[in-house]
Design a protein around this ligand. Structure first.
Ligand code: BG6
Length: 499
């Protein structure tokens, strides 16, 4: 979102070094995103990829692997030409030889592809490998640009630590080698158009700002539901669970944008300063609240979309006695001028009835309803729904007169759908974020203090769970979580929306 240098959003020449090049993320997300960028002409002349991984492959083997990964785009000549210059380095991440070979290949790539000594490293590896890779880059001097006017940046995938302590340790290890201005902590939710649109919606419109506060808002609900189970990522998920996998990062990022004050400017620090302030205002749950305001649960067998599916403990790579949650619901409070007294309800989980991520702002009732109760039977509170996915769009629910001789009021929807409002093709989140990292725009990447604040908010929950203070409830796959989640919100006289 920098406005001068990147008005045309063209990146400088660079070599993208992907650690974990034979892995799942590279295949499913990074290569298809690069292929689309290449087809749109979004990559600079002078661009190349060096894949690094433990898998024994040579350059050609890697190129074949990449072409197979990119899907439909693979056939395009612009992509096959680009891939023909990709290089591969096989080796262990804790072996200095791997990095010597990498250095050599990067020099060759500068000559062969004109990548100008600029480096963008991408850590698409398991988190335990982040520190050794970062340290090794530092030891060979690869953390500094190869030329005085060049750059060396590093993109780090989530999870950034397992808790506050490990996140701080990782941060310290990274800061020994890279400056904060070189570090791009990725959260792919920030690359979604609909998440960025939260900024546009809030700060480009006069009519919503006056009601965006405790005087008019009754409460906020954030739902991040997936119908899928853990699939083949069982062993990864066993280390994560819904709180670490979705809430600490994706949901906290969305929440910070919903709560934040208007930024002084739309540049990286202008926005991130306000996001972190918003997160600082979120009350850190007390040990008691970590028990009373939180529900965690695991799916058992059930039906999703007409298909019978197994329970979490029966999934591949999952411990049959696993204590990991696949669903979490919680209530948070915000201590600031704008939001004091407005509860935030969050629920996130796998194997729920459908895939939907949305933010619902539910407004307070009018001071006095001048209707008889039968007239207003179909009236619900005014609600603004910001739908992040799918059916991306915004819906405003308000009361209208039901046509006919009687005077009755019922809630109706006013709807904006991205698909129909904009003919433009939407870029995928990874496409957008890769381009931003190549350009050097950190706006949509998470700053160190934001990550830490998000961990501080969830820390008491993790602690309570470690001490087994919270029961792991169960819900049949294909339902909206356990009864306890309903009770959490119903005890406040409210209910979950049915998205
Ligand atoms: C990832 C999580 O960060 O986000 C996955 O690790 C989850 O478990 C995914 O499925 C959801 O992303 P999206 O873009 O499909 O909502």
């Amino acid at each position: 979102m920098r406005d001068s240098a990147d008005a045309a959003r063209v990146a400088s020449p660079a070599a993208l070094v992907i650690f974990g090049a034979s892995g799942d993320l590279t295949t499913r997300k990074l290569m298809p995103a690069l292929a689309r960028l290449a087809l749109r002409g979004g990559l600079p002349a002078g661009f190349g990829v060096v894949g690094v991984a433990r898998t024994e492959l040579d350059d050609d083997g890697f190129r074949q692997h990449v072409l197979a990964a990119a899907g439909g785009e693979a056939a395009a000549s612009v992509w096959t030409e680009l891939v023909s210059g990709f290089r591969y380095v096989a080796g262990d991440y804790d072996d200095p030889e791997t990095f010597k070979r990498l250095e050599h290949v990067l020099e060759e790539m500068d000559t062969a592809r004109g990548t100008a000594g600029n480096r963008l490293y991408y850590l698409a590896t398991p988190p335990s490998t982040f520190p050794p890779i970062v340290a090794a880059l530092g030891q060979c001097g690869l953390n500094r640009p190869a030329r005085p006017d060049g750059f060396a940046r590093i993109v780090v995938e989530k999870p950034f630590g397992r808790d506050l302590r490990t996140a701080m340790a990782l941060d310290a290890a990274m800061h020994e080698v890279f400056d904060e201005s070189q570090i791009y902590r990725i959260d792919h939710y920030l690359g979604k158009e609909t998440v960025q649109n939260l900024l546009a919606f809030r700060f480009a419109n006069t009519i919503f700002e006056p009601v965006w506060n405790r005087r008019y808002v009754d409460h906020i609900q954030i739902t991040a539901a997936e119908s899928e189970g853990v699939g083949r990522r069982g062993s990864f998920y066993e280390e994560a669970g819904a709180l670490r996998d979705i809430v600490q990062n994706h949901v906290m990022q969305v929440l910070s944008i919903v709560l934040m004050e208007p930024p002084v400017s739309m540049d990286a620090d202008g926005i991130r300063d306000e996001k972190v302030k918003a997160l600082k205002a979120v009350e850190i749950p007390t040990p008691e609240e970590a028990v009373t305001d939180v529900v965690r649960a695991r799916y058992v067998e059930g039906w999703v979309g007409g298909e019978e599916v197994r329970g979490y403990r029966q999934e591949e790579g999952v411990d049959p006695r696993s204590q990991i949650e696949t669903f979490v619901a919680l209530r948070l409070r915000v201590d600031d001028w704008r939001w004091a007294g407005v509860p935030i309800y969050i629920r996130a989980g796998k194997r729920l009835p459908k895939r939907v991520t949305e933010v619902a702002i539910e407004f307070k009732p009018v001071p006095h309803l001048p209707f008889r109760s039968w007239q207003a039977q179909g009236l619900e509170p005014n609600t603004l729904l910001l739908r992040i996915q799918p059916d991306e769009g915004i819906t405003l629910r308000f009361g209208a007169k039901v046509p006919g001789p009687r005077f009755a009021v019922r809630s109706v929807s006013m709807e904006m759908l991205y698909g129909s409002a904009f003919p433009e093709q939407t870029a995928d989140a990874y496409e957008r974020l890769l381009l931003d990292a190549l350009i050097g725009d950190q706006t949509l990447f998470i700053r160190s203090d934001e990550v830490m604040q998000a961990w501080r908010i969830v820390a008491p929950l993790l602690e309570a769970w470690e001490n087994e203070a919270v029961v792991l409830a169960r819900y049949p796959a294909g339902t909206w979580g356990p009864r306890e989640a309903d009770r959490l919100i119903e005890q406040d006289g409210r209910r979950w929306r049915n998205p």
